[in-house]
Design a protein. Structure first.
Lengths: 319, 285
């Protein structure tokens, strides 16, 4: 088991060098040089097909385009200034960041914990390991529906438990705080297995000799974990954290299914807000401006994280 | 030598073992109880759903109602079929386009190959609505709104990055000497690829197919915003069941269970490749 960088490190020995390959003499030199491009042409065309609407969307951010104004008219930076001065935008920035940080944090800690527990063989692990991925393979929107029903006071199992524990006035996701907490819980329910299986793959690939040495030296568990396990596991964890953080920033399905962004705007994340603007209120340019700003943020954050990941991986490969 | 002091570590070990098992059991309770709940709810009758939690006589009535087997008529099968058509279509298109691109990116260093790979990866991380909003305008103009073709096209955003990134990592695992030897033996490049390379990565292709299918099937936001009835998928209709005035929660539950089943069954087949697949080839198991 190995970790390769997201932009996979270049391996010279892997490349087909023209001089190493005696291709059939009927194939001209020019065609040989063109071959990789020919193979990639359909994929490039597909990228263009997707990038065209993307750039059209970016263009919309400088136009006033809505159901009320179906002929787009150029307005310059107006959409951006409107956004940056609106409380609704900053509110959803706040909700999105809180959701992303809390959910990713809980999933990482819990996922590593589950992986550590599964890594020590026990009867519980043997029985349940195959069931680990169940929540991960259920569609997020279906998971949200499941939890919505589970939390419903009329039919769900949470109310009797809450009342049994002495919480009077259980109201599901009706209050702002609980709507947020339950949204995080659903995300944690789905994606903790994701972190756990990556961490478990990491744990199972670690060399045993440093741990044996630590055991001989009588190192305590916590010290071994902090000084040995965690640093060696970090490249694996970072892959998980990058994926989780990026996905949380654009969370839609879970929140739409569970709370539709409510109560009020308590769980209105950026992508929910963009949906409401663009689809519900048919203010297309306003909605797409939300998404472009989020896209820039996601792009910058992921670039920084991927660069950090490459540094870590080349460092651990150099040892 | 059994002195009282030497039994203490094993007692301690047994205690940590018990704590570890309890913690793991607690996690799996959290993980699996919602599943048990939705299955239980889907097996309850109308009167039982609000009156009992665990004691009820299971019935498959809700499933036959959702599927329209009781003669009441149902559009669930149509939504299920739309999910199948769009997901399989999306995977096929991605394979057709993605296999050559992944091979090219793995074996040749050509200008722009890294850019192409990164563009594809950025699709994975981009917020979907940035493409959906302009795309819905284009689709309305081209008549692609609410069509299978339109859905298959937009689902490439989901399946294509997966196929290309994972297959590239599988192609890279093969030693390049393999093709060199084949070429020396008089194979053409195409023959070497089709007769040697492709069969060797067959497990990878199968895994990527199933994983891409799962993600296409599980997608919600694209069919939610770009279809209305004709190409509406089962994820969208599952949520729609929850709307309306007289919601029958047991029917919603039965529909949700059936919608969740295909990905779960397929996932069991590819557990071995799940780590590599879910990390886009970044972590190999």
């Amino acid at each position: 088991m190995t970790v390769t960088a997201a932009p996979a490190r270049r391996r010279d020995d892997d490349e087909v060098r023209p001089e190493a390959l005696q291709t059939a003499p009927t194939v001209s030199r020019r065609r040989r040089a063109l071959r990789p491009y020919l193979l990639a042409v359909p994929a490039v065309l597909l990228c263009v097909g997707i990038l065209y609407p993307f750039f059209l969307g970016v263009a919309y951010t400088f136009y006033n385009f809505s159901d009320a104004n179906p002929q787009p008219s150029f307005v310059g930076w107006e959409n951006y200034t409107a956004l940056f001065t609106s409380g609704s935008f900053w509110h959803s920035v706040q909700v999105t960041l809180m959701f992303a940080v809390v959910a990713t944090g809980v999933e990482t800690v819990l996922g590593v914990g589950v992986a550590l527990l599964l890594n020590r063989s026990s009867w519980v692990g043997r029985i349940f390991e195959r069931a680990l991925i169940v929540p991960l393979m259920v569609a997020p929107i279906i998971a949200a529906i499941m939890w919505k029903l589970l939390l419903l006071p009329e039919v769900g199992w949470v109310r009797p438990v809450a009342e049994g524990l002495g919480f009077a006035g259980y109201s599901g996701t009706d209050s702002a705080a609980w709507a947020f907490i339950w949204s995080v819980v659903v995300d944690v329910w789905i994606y903790t297995p994701f972190v756990a299986i990556l961490a478990l793959a990491g744990l199972r690939s670690l060399p045993s000799s440093p741990f044996e040495a630590a055991a001989v030296d009588g190192a305590r568990w916590w010290l071994t974990f902090r000084r040995l396990t965690l640093p060696m596991l970090w490249p694996y964890l970072l892959v998980a954290v990058i994926f989780r953080l990026m996905d949380c920033l654009k969370v839609f399905d879970i929140i739409y299914g569970l709370t539709t962004g409510g109560p009020g705007d308590a769980t209105t994340t950026l992508q929910i807000n963009a949906y409401l603007e663009a689809i519900s209120y048919a203010r297309y340019s306003r909605g797409v401006t939300y998404m472009f700003i989020l896209w820039i943020a996601v792009y910058v954050i992921s670039m920084i994280l991927v660069r950090y990941l490459n540094k870590i991986q080349s460092r651990s490969a150099g040892v | 030598m059994t002195t009282p002091t030497s039994t203490r570590p094993t007692a301690k070990k047994r205690l940590t073992g018990a704590v570890a098992n309890t913690a793991l059991l607690a996690y799996f309770a959290f993980s699996l109880i919602p599943v048990a709940f939705i299955i239980a709810l889907s097996l309850k009758t109308n009167s039982e759903q609000t009156t009992t939690y665990l004691s009820f006589t299971p019935t498959f009535e809700n499933y036959s109602t959702v599927l329209g087997l009781d003669g009441g008529g149902s559009s669930y099968l149509r939504f299920f079929g739309a999910s199948l058509i769009t997901s399989i279509g999306a995977v096929l298109v991605s394979l057709l386009i993605g296999i050559p691109a992944a091979y090219a990116a793995a074996r040749h260093r050509f200008k722009g190959s890294e850019n192409l790979m990164f563009t594809l990866l950025s699709f994975r991380f981009a917020p979907e609505l940035i493409v959906i909003i302009p795309l819905s305008v284009i689709y309305q103009q081209l008549g692609l709104y609410d069509t299978f073709f339109g859905m298959i096209w937009v689902l490439q955003l989901v399946t294509m990055p997966l196929v290309v990134w994972i297959l590239r990592s599988f192609f890279r695992d093969l030693p390049v000497e393999l093709e060199q030897a084949a070429l020396l033996d008089g194979y053409t490049r195409r023959q070497a690829f089709l007769k040697l390379v492709l069969p060797l990565v067959r497990p990878g292709i199968a895994a990527v197919c199933l994983l891409a299918f799962i993600f296409a099937w599980n997608n919600f936001i694209f069919p939610f915003t770009l279809t209305s009835s004709n190409a509406q998928t089962v994820t969208v209709s599952s949520l729609a069941f929850l709307g309306g005035n007289q919601v029958r929660f047991n029917l919603v539950a039965a529909g949700a269970v059936m919608a969740a089943l295909p990905p779960l069954v397929l996932a069991l087949l590819i557990q071995r490749y799940l780590v590599r697949g879910l990390s886009f080839g970044a972590v190999k198991d």
